[in-house]
Ligand binder design. Structure first.
Ligand SMILES: *Cc1c(COP(=O)(O)O)cnc(C)c1O
Length: 441
């Protein structure tokens, strides 16, 4: 690697060059576009970000789980470079090209479920979710959509209506799309003590039957592990029970795998962690192409084919360069070692995080799977969200060269989404910094 895989601070954070660039940005970029940590990144490799002042950060966020394969992954760089010199655009629906089809073929081969699959490609996670719902409505000839408390599905008009949180995603941006109902999620840390996944699913199903009526639902959309919601892993049996009910009622079950999919949790898809959970469609984006913008809907051929030709598409969807990058990522997962690396990261991180939980009463729960792990902070002795603790720990990490992200409906979760290229040493160093931040509370 040309960028040494280590943390290095040569200025205070943000450094003087970043500060100047940020002043300039504020003149030119709309202020509605946020900035978690305004250090201007010049280059990156593996798990290290290098800013314009020469500081090196351990990246525990991967641009929200996007550079799963590692920053500037060699095979991705090569595929993109070759493709960009050859063909950048035709518009697939006008004159097709090979990489688009290749991405679909690979995704179809790896989506769980014993049925014929097809895929279609788009630009963003939200666009994939929108298209999954278009297809579900077309297929079922029904309108209603159910989503879950704490869910996040994007920033377009329809997906704003599907998100749980008003701030920052929806406030003042209405009116919103109708026919979307939120139903109770399985959230083991906050559900009644001892509530099983089956019981939590029955609660949700009962709610849907009473509020909407099973026969009116086109789709139920669920993140098998919620991302922005705070890496909420539903209780065992929840997803399977839900799945049985949607199938019995002719409802399209959509697994939003945008954050949890593509090797992140140690499987191709987070869906695979629960036997009997059988989504009909999956939405895929973030980690699929090493940072290039591309997304997919993959699923049952009869649903994917339910649209008239020309009903599904878009100018840039499945762009040749982004598709070539996706093929380079997906082929590496197929070649082996990548899923295992995500499991290895869990095995390195979880014991340390659990040890912190035993030591610091401000930690309520450690949860997640693979390289998708989180800490939920509480007021000691309660289950009351403690976002002040998160703010303080995140600030400490950023000032010390470790990029971590928060999450959660109440902003009381720190989430870890390291790249799978990260070394054990870097993980441990990042966790040392996190622990210092917690100890200092
Ligand atoms: C990020 C995310 C989206 C939206 O993806 P964009 O590419 O930002 O539009 C949708 N669903 C989930 C679960 C996500 O994490």
């Amino acid at each position: 690697m040309t960028i040494e895989q280590n943390r290095k601070l040569v200025t205070s954070i943000p450094g003087p060059k970043s500060q100047a660039l940020h002043q300039n940005r504020l003149q030119h970029v709309g202020h509605g576009v946020g900035a978690t940590l305004p250090v201007y990144i010049d280059s990156a490799q593996g798990a290290i970000l290098v800013d314009v002042d020469g500081n090196q950060f351990i990246d525990m966020g991967s641009g929200i789980g996007v550079t799963t394969i590692g920053h500037t992954n060699e095979a991705v760089v090569k595929a993109v470079s070759e493709q960009v010199a050859k063909l950048t655009h035709t518009l697939f629906t006008v004159t097709p090209y090979i990489p688009y089809v290749e991405v679909c073929e690979i995704l179809n081969a790896h989506m769980p479920g014993d049925f014929v699959k097809r895929s279609a490609l788009f630009n963003s996670g939200a666009e994939a979710v929108e298209n999954a719902i278009k297809l579900a409505r077309k297929f079922t000839k029904r309108n209603e959509i159910a989503v879950f408390d704490h869910a996040y599905h994007g920033r377009t008009n329809l997906t704003m209506a599907m998100n749980f949180k008003n701030m920052p995603y929806a406030d003042g941006f209405g009116p919103f799309a109708g026919s979307v109902t939120h139903v109770p999620m399985s959230y083991p840390f906050h559900d009644p003590e001892g509530m099983t996944g089956f019981e939590a699913a029955q609660r949700a199903i009962n709610y849907m039957e009473k509020r909407i009526g099973g026969k009116n639902l086109a789709a139920v959309v669920i993140e098998p592990i919620q991302g922005e919601g705070g890496f909420i892993v539903p209780a065992p049996g929840f997803l399977k029970t839900l799945s049985e009910w949607t199938h019995a009622n002719g409802i399209v079950l959509v697994a939003d795998e945008v954050q949890a999919g593509i090797a992140r949790t140690g499987k191709w898809f987070a869906t695979e962690h629960e036997a009997g959970f059988e989504p009909d469609l999956m939405t895929i984006a973030k980690g699929i192409a090493g940072g290039m913008p591309i997304s997919a809907v993959t699923g049952r051929a009869e649903i994917m084919d339910s649209s008239h030709a020309g009903g599904i598409g878009g100018t840039f969807g499945g762009n040749p360069v982004a598709s070539a990058a996706a093929v380079a990522v997906l082929r590496q997962i197929e070649a082996g070692g990548v899923l295992e690396k995500a499991v290895h990261i869990e095995n390195v991180m979880k014991p340390r995080l659990l040890a912190m939980q035993a030591k610091y009463p401000v930690i309520g729960e450690i949860r997640g799977r693979g390289a998708m792990l989180a800490i939920e902070f509480i007021l000691p002795g309660t289950r009351t969200p403690n976002s002040a603790a998160v703010d303080s720990v995140v600030k400490h990490c950023h000032a010390n060269g470790v990029l971590v992200l928060n999450a959660g409906t109440y902003g009381n979760v720190i989430r870890f989404l390291p790249s799978l290229a990260i070394s054990d040493e870097l993980i441990n160093e990042a966790l040392d910094v996190v622990e210092q931040g917690i100890a200092a509370l």
